[in-house]
Design a protein around this ligand. Structure first.
Ligand code: PMP
Length: 361
């Protein structure tokens, strides 16, 4: 089979080595004569790999001991609801930085449970999408939490500064950026991520939550979303998504073998630089995001002549470059280049783009 590079935004490609390992033990895991997805989550074998996955994640992100690590259901959107239910009362205010469509989604969901207030949003600089850090003086210090999304998967907008929040706990939706670079967990109250980009298959989300924020869930919080119950039961209050958890564990082992998040950050910076320089060096392609806010994970780009979009997609797919269609709300193309995407994938994409421009430009 010819080599294929999958640029899907999520569920996204997983490292080849991980897929091969999972395949090799698919029907006979640990010599048990059955698959990991066919054994009890309460058995010794599963508990061992679940605990190891948590330990490896703690090491990879240097998670301090006063943080719980939870493996839960419900993906990223599940946390849009779990966060307000666990961290706020109905008459509390939650603060939101809206950098794109996912952080806007978090506002809409929070508004069902508390009073969501937008403290900053995307603007324009030099005609390009740009987001400036809100001033600390604008941050209501009585708010229950301050939510932001440092990498917007749809819009390709990212920022590497941490919003200044004073004493208000920061809550970060890292669904599309977790594990792509080092991170100071201790500056956050909650970090959460749906798994299906940099962690593993969908169906799982990871929540990293500071101890003092746990145990305050509202009475009406569904038990499966209650952080305290999840922490007390080692994320096994109900049956967890065991196969996703197992695969996440393999991804964490792969990341450690690859040199951890420092090595990933270096590789991701190199990959993004290659792709953005191809976009910037041509009038045929363009990015609508200001260079200060360009995502290293999701790279939307546009063809000068949108009538060529269909041909670009058809021919890129034929060349083994999959899933480059931009989100319907943004249009154009989007290359999602998470940890699992090798540099060769970017090289192949850039070569295709140059050739497509040569023929159609
Ligand atoms: N937040 C971000 C940043 C996302 O990219 C996504 C999914 N693409 C979500 C939240 C929602 O995740 P899920 O589909 O797992 O609910």
């Amino acid at each position: 089979m010819k080599e294929v590079f999958n640029f899907s935004a999520g569920p996204a490609m997983l490292p080849k080595e991980v897929m091969e390992k999972a395949q090799s033990e698919f029907t006979n895991w640990r010599d048990l004569g059955c698959s990991v997805m066919e054994v009890s989550h309460r058995g010794k074998d599963f508990i061992e790999i679940a605990a190891k996955a948590e330990q490896d994640l703690r090491e990879l992100l240097s998670i301090p001991s006063n943080y719980h690590v939870l493996f839960t259901h419900g993906g990223g959107r599940g946390q849009f609801a779990a966060v307000p239910l666990n961290l706020s009362k109905a008459d509390d205010t939650s603060l939101h930085l809206v950098s794109g469509s996912w952080s806007k989604g978090a506002v809409d969901e929070a508004n069902k449970y508390n009073r969501a207030v937008v403290v900053g949003q995307v603007s324009e600089k030099d005609g390009l999408h740009y987001i400036a850090p809100p001033q600390l003086s604008d941050i209501d210090q009585s708010a229950a939490y301050y939510h932001f999304c440092p990498n917007e998967t749809v819009d390709g907008i990212a920022f590497d500064w941490l919003p200044e929040s004073g004493k208000v706990p920061l809550v970060s939706d890292m669904s599309s950026t977790i594990l792509s670079q080092p991170l100071d967990v201790a500056k956050h109250g909650v970090i959460y991520a749906g798994a299906q980009k940099n962690i593993g298959p969908s169906g799982l989300s990871v929540v990293i939550v500071r101890e003092d924020l746990v145990g305050k869930a509202r009475k009406e919080t569904p038990s499966i979303f209650d952080y305290a119950l999840a922490a007390k039961s080692d994320s096994m209050y109900n049956t967890p998504p065991t196969f996703s958890w197992y695969l996440a564990g393999l991804v964490f082992e792969w990341l450690k073998d690859m040199g951890g998040v420092d090595a990933m950050a270096k590789r991701n910076a190199e990959k993004a630089a290659l792709l953005y320089s191809a976009i910037d060096s041509s009038d045929f392609y363009s990015s609508k995001v200001h260079p200060d806010n360009r995502s290293k994970m999701n790279v939307p780009f546009h063809l000068a002549n949108a009538e060529l979009d269909g041909l670009f997609l058809k021919q890129s797919q034929e060349a083994g470059l999959l899933a480059l269609k931009g989100h319907r709300s943004v249009g154009g193309m989007r290359a999602s280049i998470y940890n699992a995407m090798p540099v060769e994938g970017i090289v192949a994409l850039v070569e295709f783009m140059r050739e497509f421009e040569r023929v159609n430009g």
